[in-house]
Design a protein around this ligand. Structure first.
Ligand SMILES: NC(=O)C1=CN([C@@H]2O[C@H](COP(=O)(O)OP(=O)(O)OC[C@H]3O[C@@H](n4cnc5c(N)ncnc54)[C@H](O)[C@@H]3O)[C@@H](O)[C@H]2O)C=CC1
Ligand SMILES: O=C(O)C(=O)Cc1ccc(O)cc1
Length: 361
């Protein structure tokens, strides 16, 4: 057994959906013996077909760690079962809330010190093994929440999984975690949902005008409503607290707009707070947020165009920091926005124009 090393040799993953299969793909490619289990045979079969591991067998030796990737309310029972049957020496879970699973594990498992809660801050709006990505966790924070009962070895093994899938481990208490994700994940999800729900009954001549702005703001609203109902129920208090502050902001904004002549200084202050708040978001690989310069290129909607564009960007010696593609409704062209370091954009614009691209000024 490799207790003195960081790397794991055997992992049992329970719940072969988006998260479980993504962990399985990353660990399998690192040479770990990954055993998979799911209550739905078709999910298990798809995860195995994608190369995330092999089906767990009753006569498997005890795994070094179980990674439980089932919906939050199911975590306690599953962890207790896995530890109780000695299917794994230690267990962690990946649920989006941490107080609830910890409470449930303590209620169900007599040796709950072998469990440590964790949460990779990476996901997608689509579920299931088909949506899994081996690099989903690359550069993302992976929160680990030990308490006074947690065995050090449980923490060490959870840290190993996080590192082996390319994530950056962060340690905090379960309550600190739940308060943090209320602000950076759960309320943003609700804001996206509420905004998207405004579209349900909107007349189509309005919806037809929608562009990347509303698409960005509502992206997360496509997430699994059942999973999010569980997440929000489990984190109701912390979410309620952020929502109360947001309601105060909305009331203030409405108050400003309600006046016969809205005070521009008040509106400016609110907009400015948005710019300041956004600049606090971590940038690429968790580094400080950087303002990039954007080069917008019109691209014909036909095969090979993007490959040619990126080859030309590379030939111009520019490193692409980020990229967005926007398709114009009803037109056979798209707009590719390429983010580069400030200062590089002028040269890149000139180089692409010289190679025949239609570049926005
Ligand atoms: N979707 C996301 O973006 C993120 C989700 N998470 C957390 O990861 C966990 C899994 O979420 P997803 O992978 O998105 O869901 P998913 O729906 O893609 O996968 C969950 C899988 O668990 C299986 N399952 C459910 N109960 C089970 C049980 N008792 N025993 C065995 N298998 C069972 C389901 O059949 C399904 O295949 C959740 O706790 C969620 O909060 C964490 C980070 C991001
Ligand atoms: O897409 C995003 O920005 C997310 O925030 C995805 C996400 C969803 C749920 C989680 O528990 C963690 C991450």
């Amino acid at each position: 057994m490799s207790d003195t090393r960081n790397d794991l040799e055997s992992v049992l993953i329970v719940g072969a959906g988006l998260l479980g299969t993504s962990v399985g793909l990353a660990l399998s490619s690192a040479g770990v013996d990954v055993r998979l289990r799911d209550s739905k045979p078709e999910m298990l079969a798809e995860a195995v077909r994608r190369g995330a591991g092999r089906p767990a067998e009753p006569d498997d030796q005890t795994a070094q760690l179980a990674v439980v990737a089932v919906p939050p309310e199911a975590v306690g029972e599953v962890v207790a079962g896995v530890l109780g049957r000695s299917e794994a020496e230690y267990a962690t879970d990946v649920a989006s809330v941490k107080v609830l699973p910890g409470t449930q594990v303590r209620a169900h498992a007599h040796d709950f010190g072998r469990y440590v809660g964790s949460h990779p801050m990476a996901g997608r709006e689509i579920s299931g093994p088909g949506a899994a990505l081996p690099d989903l966790f690359e550069g993302r924070p992976w929160v680990i929440c030990p308490d006074e009962h947690t065995h050090q070895q449980a923490v060490t093994r959870a840290l190993s999984v996080a590192r082996m899938v390319g994530a950056a481990p962060v340690t905090m208490t379960a309550s600190e975690h739940d308060a943090a994700v209320a602000l950076v994940s759960h309320v943003p999800h609700l804001v996206g949902v509420l905004m998207a729900a405004r579209l349900v009954d909107a007349p189509s001549h309005q919806v037809r005008l929608a562009g990347p702005g509303i698409a960005d703001v509502t992206r997360v609203a496509a997430g699994d409503p059942g999973l999010w109902t569980e997440i929000l129920t489990a984190n109701a208090l912390a979410v309620r607290s952020v929502l109360g502050e947001l309601r105060d902001d909305l009331d203030e904004l409405i108050g400003v707009l309600d006046t016969a002549e809205p005070a521009q200084a008040d509106l400016y202050r609110l907009m400015r707070a948005g710019v300041d708040g956004r600049s606090r978001l971590p940038g690429k690989h968790g580094a400080a947020h950087t303002e990039f310069a954007t080069v917008a290129v019109v691209v014909d909607d036909k095969p090979g165009q993007l490959a040619r564009l990126f080859a030309d960007v590379g030939a111009a010696g520019s490193n692409v920091e980020d990229v967005r593609i926007d398709h114009s409704p009803g037109q056979a062209v798209g707009m590719v926005e390429i983010d580069v370091r400030p200062g590089v954009d002028t040269e890149l614009r000139a180089a692409l124009t010289a190679r025949g691209w239609h570049v926005h000024a």
